[in-house]
Design a protein around this ligand. Structure first.
Ligand SMILES: [Zn+2]
Length: 248
C-alpha cells in the first residue's frame, strides 16, 4: 500500500539494508526494512534521511513486526532544520515521542501534527523556536491522549481556583488545596496560565523569558517521563533539555 510517511529513525541492518522507523498516515508508526538501501545503486538512493517526508510503498502483512518497504519517494527533505540546531533538537523530540508513543495503527491526528510541526519549526525564526517547540510538544502529548488536567483536581474533581496551584506530573494535572497538602510543589500563577496557553493551539503564544522557558522544558520532561516514558527521559529529549548548542 502507498501512504504518506515521515522517516523517524534509521538503523543499518546487515551489510546493505536499513531498518527504518516510519510515521505513516495510513498505518501509524511502522518498522520497515529497506533491502539493499545501502548499496551504491540502491533504488532508495539517499532518500531515507531522518525527518524526510514522502510517499512510502509498503508491502504490508498483518501481524508482522517488520514490514517491507518497496519504495520511498521523498517530497520534502528538511535541509533548513539541519542548519538550526535548536529547531533540529525540537524536531528530534517530536520524532522520538512519535516513535515511542504513537500507535502502530492509523492515527492521523498525531501524524498531521508532526508533519505540520516540522514545517513550523523549519520556518521559525531562531528566537521563536523555544516557545513554538514547547507548544508543539504539548500538542503532541494532547493528541496522544495524555493532556494534563488543568482546571479540576485530578484526585477528587474539585474545581481548582486561579492563582498558584499544585501540579502533579505523576497524577496528570492540578491538585486542589486539600489533596495537595502543605509540602506540594506549586506551579506559580503565571506558569499555569502559560501552560494553559501552550496547551491551547488557538491561544496566542505566551512570552517566555529564558528562566520561564527552562522551567517549562523541565515541566514537560517530567510530565513525559511519568506518563509516556517508562524509565527516564528519552535521549532526544535529554539533548533538547541540555541545550549544548547554546554553548557552542
Ligand atoms: Zn482534590
Amino acid at each position: 500500500m502507498s501512504t504518506p510517511a515521515i522517516v523517524l529513525a534509521t538503523l543499518r541492518y546487515r551489510e546493505s539494508s536499513k531498518i527504518v522507523r516510519l510515521a505513516t498516515l495510513e498505518l501509524g508508526v511502522q518498522s520497515v526494512i529497506a533491502k539493499g538501501a545501502l548499496r551504491p545503486k540502491s533504488r532508495f538512493g539517499a532518500s531515507l534521511q531522518v525527518l524526510s517526508e514522502g510517499s512510502a510503498i509498503i508491502h504490508y502483512r498483518d501481524r508482522r513486526d517488520l514490514q517491507t518497504l518497496t519504495a520511498f519517494d521523498p517530497s520534502t527533505v528538511r535541509m533548513a532544520l539541519a542548519e538550526n540546531l535548536a529547531a533540529f533538537a525540537t524536531a528530534s523530540v517530536l520524532a522520538e515521542m512519535m516513535l515511542r508513543f504513537s500507535p502502530s495503527e492509523r492515527h492521523p491526528e498525531s501524524y498531521h501534527l508532526v508533519r505540520r510541526g516540522l514545517d513550523v519549526l523549519e520556518a521559525s525564526p531562531p528566537d521563536a523556536v523555544d516557545v513554538v517547540g514547547l507548544r508543539l510538544l504539548w500538542q503532541l502529548v494532547r493528541v496522544l491522549g495524555f493532556a494534563p488536567e488543568m482546571t479540576a483536581c485530578v484526585r477528587d474533581g474539585a474545581p481548582v481556583m486561579d492563582g498558584a496551584v499544585a501540579f502533579s506530573p505523576g497524577e496528570g494535572g492540578v491538585l486542589c488545596r486539600s489533596c495537595a497538602g502543605p509540602a506540594a510543589r506549586l506551579l506559580p500563577s503565571d506558569s499555569r496560565s502559560d501552560l494553559l496557553a501552550l496547551l491551547d493551539a488557538s491561544a496566542p503564544l505566551p512570552h517566555l523569558d529564558e528562566r520561564h522557558a527552562a522551567a517549562h522544558r523541565r515541566l514537560l520532561a517530567r510530565y513525559v517521563e511519568y506518563h509516556l516514558a517508562d524509565g527516564g527521559v528519552p535521549p532526544a529529549m535529554t539533548f533538547w533539555l541540555g541545550r549544548a548548542w547554546e554553548a557552542a
